[in-house]
Ligand binder design. Structure first.
Ligand code: H2B
Length: 102
């Protein structure tokens, strides 16, 4: 069962993400990050890799792409707020982003 993050869990799960550039969205219990790539092919390649994990975990990002930039918002719609699934997907996105550039 998916639950909204407690105050305590927010500290342990969200703080490391804030350190990598994720931010709370104003007026919504969600997190946002802008990922910037070398070009469109890198951006779309990353989105494709993320999409496979999103499907596997049945947890999907709100995102948009313009050329080499991808804007991502993560929220758990079922609970209208942040759950551990958002932290898990955010970590995966950061990991795949780091893996894409040497
Ligand atoms: C029925 C299905 O399990 C739900 O709609 C899933 C699909 N993907 C989802 N993705 C996100 N981000 N939040 C959800 O609550 C969610 N729910």
């Amino acid at each position: 069962m998916t639950e909204r993050l407690s105050i305590e869990t927010r500290k342990t799960l969200l703080q490391p993400l804030f350190n990598t550039g994720w931010e709370m969205v104003e007026s919504r219990d969600a997190i946002h990050k802008t990922f910037k790539f070398k070009d469109f092919a890198d951006a779309f390649g990353w989105m494709t890799r993320v999409a496979i994990w999103a499907e596997k975990w049945n947890h999907h990002p709100e995102w948009s792409n313009v050329y080499h930039r991808v804007e991502v918002t993560l929220i758990t719609h079922d609970v209208d707020g942040l759950s551990s699934l958002d932290a898990k997907l955010a970590r995966k996105m950061d990991g795949l982003f780091g893996a894409g550039k040497d």
